[in-house]
Design a protein. Sequence first.
Length: 535
Amino acid sequence: MDGRRRWTPEQGIKRLLRSSIHGPRSRRACDSCRVRKCDLMSPCSSCVAAQLDCTFTAPVRKRGPRPRHCVPLNDTPASPTALAPSPDSLSNYSQNESAVEDVVMGSPREETGMVTITTELQHQLGVEVDGLQRILLHCSAVFLDKLYPLEPLVHPTALPQTCREMYQRLRDPRQAHHHRHLVELAQIAALCAKTLIVLPREVTESEPHWAAAFYQASRQALARLGDRDLEHPTVDSIVARYYQSGYLHHQGKASTSWIVLGEAIRMADVLDLHREPATLEPDPWARELRRRVFWILFTADRSASCLMRRPASFRVDASDEINTLFPDEEAFDHPGTGVSPLVGFNLNTRLWRTADQLLREIRSLHLQRRETSLDEAHIRALYLSFETCLDSAPRALHPPAIFETVPLPPRLAIQCANLHISFQCLRIKCLYALEALYRDHACPTWSHAAVCLKKIELAREMLQIIRWVSIDSLKVNGESCVEKLRIAGAALLEVINHDEDAALISRARTQLDTFIHILAELNSKAVDELAGEAG
């Protein structure tokens, strides 16, 4: 605890009902009220109403106009930044006159806020500024090596430079007075939190509480921006929220993660990320980042809808409403002789988009029941498009034949695990949807035995993928991968509980035991529930 008193809602109501003349008055506004009217009470009414800590710790400034901390253009670093927009793309912030002033001119509140957040972060980590820089650089290196293929939302070559520039601002807080510096802090802190929660052993001398410390720093940085960040969102602040959502999901807080993800999606809607802008961004990286952010949010939204039965947040009812291009696979990533991480990223995006089109069409026909005739040709075309969407994958991203044992580099194995486990999971979901559709329309369908055999076959193929990519690759993919394994396990459990053929039950039980063992190795909370139902 920091020793400051936090007011409960009940205390706040009583405090607000009392007349301000009955309490002591300060001679200056509190820290939070420097941007709005303060009644000079201790605590003031505004802080009580907002349930904020009312403090008077900010240094007293001299009377007169505030100094304008402008950064000379000739002093601006020439190297690209990984997360901040280029000077040409500052128009993202200039939605109105006040927003422009906040970006270009110095803001004492933001300067003080960044110093407060980073000082608390250093205290939590037990390091000085130099030690914090080493942690930032180490986390960014681990992220680029292992997690970047799954979440390529930072400039791969400029991220280390951005961490060094942040280090310079921490050494001289007077440089940290831009709106985008707080956004940068929120992004990098969230990226470090995600890296530390997923790969704690990869970061030397890391402590278990470091991930939470970085996450809190990221949330506090966005909170300092207040409503302005919501009224005038930027792609960069969306990226920060996406990494925060990933951290929460890996912690097992699926509901909280979905709420934070939904906020990022609504901000993307405000920016119309699902459409290519009429006027292209002058900065090539800004154009590329828009596309990557939209498609990763689209995939995450459809994944939450499919795996956790959440309502889809992107209300896109027709595929032609999305005209955002897929990310460039070569422009910003130079893998040498290997496969660009964006190749697998785009394949995963196409997989979820084609599956979404098929499932959405099935859902629409399912709601109509027998009121309309079933267009089997259209359904068949969508299904074939889904089943063949990975055929164009390069050889490195294709599973080997059963008799082959081809070890994969860790970075590629992580991406292959995500891609092919998702594919098998979606095949199971589509099988359920098609079976229900044909049953509702009284159409000839597969026999019960054929459906059970298909479920067992898809589960077996998923186990082959797991043997190919290794358990460690599944761990990096986190709770979303666990949910996909649970869906396969639930399909096998259904065969065991509702089929009478002893041979089918025996085969399904053998595979289910393997899934339970894998879930146990992943330290998933799902294993107890699944094992209990199977026993």
